[in-house]
Every structure is written in C-alpha cells, then in structure tokens.
Design a protein around this ligand. Structure first.
Ligand code: FMN
Length: 328
C-alpha cells in the first residue's frame, strides 16, 4: 500500500495508544509483520517546550524500520515544531491526532474537538505540509464525528485530504461514544466512498480477530486496517493477517511455546529500553499475554504483588508455560 510516496509492505497498522505503543511493543508487532507502527500521541506544545517526558517518547523504530509519529495540538507553530522534530529523528510519516476523546485533551480544544473546527484543522495540515520535506506524508486519524448529531467524518476527511493529508484513519465511533458501543462500519465505508481513490482510508475499531478483520475490509472497502487493543498481548494477529493477505494459510493462534518466547522477547526489550518503572512495565506485559487464559485474573493479582523484576518474569513464564489449552 502506498501512503503518498511511502510504500508499506502489509496493509495492517498498529494503532497509536498512549502508554501502550512504546518501542518494545512496537518492535514486537514489527517482528510479527505489522505494516507500520505509530508512536502514541505526543503533545506538540510539550515537544516545543522540550519536555523530556514527551520528547523521550519520540523514538525511531529499531533496525531502520518505517514508523510514524503522532502529534496533537491546535497551535500551528507548535505543530510545525513537533512535526519537524519527528522528521529529524527519521519519521516515515507524521500523523495528526484529531480523534482523542479524553476530557483533558478536548478541554484544550485538541484531539476530536478539532472535528468541530474543520477550517483550523485544515490550516494545521496545510501549514505542516508546507513546513516539512515533501516526501514525508502527513496523515490524519479521526473519529466518526463529535456526537450522533454531527457525524461529519466523510466531509471532514475530504477537507483534510484537500489540505494535504495523504491517508485517513477513521475510528468508527463518535467522541461522545468514547469506547462504548461498537464501531460503525458504515461511516468508514462512507469515508472510503468520499475520499479520492488514491488516498488510502484505514478502518479502525474493534478488530480483535481474523473474522473481524475480514468484516472490516468487506463491509467498509477500506484499504488497510488499524488494530489497537486487539494486538495487546496478541501480536500473532498481525502474523495471521499477513499470511491471509499473502494468500497463505492462516497459521492460527500461537502455541504455548510461542507465547512464552514472545513474552520473554518483550521483557528483553523492556530491559533494553526502559530505565524507569520496569516492574510496572513487566506487570503490564504479563497481564497482556495472560489475557483470556485460564486463571488470568488470579495471575494478574499475583503479578501486582511481586516487586522483584526477575521473580515476576519467572512466575509469569511458569504461568504461561502451564497453559494446557494453548498448547500446540
Ligand atoms: C489505552 C489507549 C490509548 C490510546 N491512545 C491513543 C493515542 O495516543 N492516539 C490515538 O490516535 N488513539 C489512541 N487510542 C485509540 C486507538 O488508537 C484506537 O483508535 C481505538 O482503541 C480503537 O481501536 P481498537 O478497537 O482496535 O482498539 C488509544 C486507545 C487506547 C485503548
């Protein structure tokens, strides 16, 4: 799939997720075939101010793999600074967040609040477009609209494309819905129908397995699918989708052994990349890989009571090894 001049191998993307899509998790997903990963949303204002907590989250993928940086804000100069910083570290694309429903973000009239201000949203896109090198695509991720009375995603997407965006991702829920209800595939279809054919439209929301991936593609006609929560502790979903898209047989869910190995690889990356709150990060990862397995709740409680990293890794490994129902 082509996003402007950027070619990605497989039409499946990892959704940007705050406190989730850090470098270790992005790397795990890349190792399972995801087409592109994007950093969590980074405040343009904080980037401009040089806030190390935010700047440190702007991390290039390992081994020169392509990656996107997502920024949010409403101040043109700050957005240009943020985008320029992303270009400097080698970002393959700049994604602009116009979908975040969080109170603190919309209180500052950023994220999904920009769907109520298409003229300013266009100005942000076109100003960044003029400020950064031509070959680096600008993309926009937004929701179906602000609320049920203003589902303006098709018009909004066209306005963003007119301003210079060369890929649109739509999460099929309104800001008001937050994460409740289910994603509306029909609005994603309407965006696909409205936007020029050479601009990829990415469908997002509730894709947690191969069946839902197929449904998203078939019912919306989208060019690619973006997966968030469904990939946490389940990077194999990317491997399965890539196999299907390449005309191969679905390799199915992981074996018990594979689950253990990928958990250990994830921990290895956490040790390499995280200098702070390592125990917290390992607990989080353990809980993801335990999701849906027998005794997961009890294991999670236990994991939260362990304060020693090595002990936690040993206990988590034992727990994952003892899952008979995920054995090959
Ligand atoms: C914990 C969490 C953090 C998120 N952070 C971001 C973010 O930083 N930027 C963004 O555009 N969307 C963010 N999202 C929304 C996701 O990218 C995605 O649109 C949404 O979760 C729906 O996709 P899914 O059903 O596949 O998870 C976040 C979602 C979750 C659950």
């Amino acid at each position: 799939m082509k996003i402007g001049t950027l070619e990605i191998k497989h039409p499946v993307l990892l959704a940007p997720m705050a406190a989730v899509t850090d470098l270790p998790f992005r790397t795990i997903c890349e190792e399972h075939g995801v087409g592109l990963t994007i950093t969590e949303f980074l405040s343009a204002h904080a980037l401009k101010a040089g806030a190390s907590k935010t700047v440190d989250k702007m991390t290039p993928s390992l081994f020169d793999r392509p990656f996107g940086v997502q920024i949010f804000g409403r101040d043109v100069n700050a957005m240009i600074t943020g985008a320029t910083m992303a270009c400097t570290i080698g970002a393959s694309l700049i994604d602009i967040n116009m979908g975040c429903p969080a109170k603190r973000v919309v209180a500052g009239a950023c994220g999904s609040a920009l769907m109520k201000e298409p003229t300013l949203a266009q100005e942000l896109v076109s100003s960044i477009r003029q400020a950064i090198p031509e070959h680096i695509p600008i993309t926009v991720k937004h929701r179906s609209g602000w609320d049920a009375t203003s589902l303006n995603a098709p018009e909004f997407a066209c306005a963003m494309v007119e301003a210079g965006a060369c890929m649109i991702t739509v999460h099929g829920r309104s800001r008001k819905q937050g994460f409740s209800g289910s994603t509306d595939l029909s609005i994603i279809r309407r965006v696909r129908e409205a936007v020029p054919v050479d601009v990829p439209v990415v469908g997002n929301g509730d894709v947690t397995d191969v069946e839902r991936y197929r449904q998203m593609k078939e019912e919306t006609g989208c060019d690619a699918v973006m997966i968030g929560r469904g990939a946490m502790g389940n990077p194999w979903l990317f491997r399965r989708i890539v196999a299907i898209e390449s005309g191969n047989i679905d390799p199915g869910p992981p074996t018990c052994q594979e689950r253990v190995e990928v958990f250990q690889r994830h921990v290895e990356l956490l040790y390499q990349q995280k200098s702070q709150r390592l125990i917290h990060e390992i607990r989080k990862a353990s809980a993801w890989y335990a999701k849906g397995l027998y005794g997961a709740n009890k294991f999670r409680q236990k994991a939260w009571s362990i304060d020693d990293c090595e002990l936690l890794v040993t206990q988590a490994t034992d727990y994952l090894k003892n899952q008979s129902e995920c054995a090959a």
